[in-house]
Write a protein of this length. Sequence first.
Length: 115
Amino acid sequence: VQLQASGGGLVQAGASLKLSCAASGGSLSSYAMGWFRQAPGKEREFVGVNAWSGGSIYYSDSVRGRFTFSRDNAKNTVYLQMNSLKPEDTAVYYCNAQGLGAVAWGQGTQVTVSS
């Protein structure tokens, strides 16, 4: 499966963005899907994960209550709705698919939040 992330941008603190991750070459319903991010000079960190469509969604403490993960199996796309953005949310955001013996990463989309 190949993943294409989009939707990043430059916003002010308190604003919202919605990231998309579209898949090709496979059905996302067969994969556990996640969002990760990597800020400059830091390691890649977990943001949110959904093991299967309709299953529980888990978030990191830093985004819980502000970010919402969702799937649209008909569009073969997952989303990350990000509200109340903070400067510390600035990072490159990556989507990830795991399943069927494979791991795939999207190319990343930059999110920059100014104070």
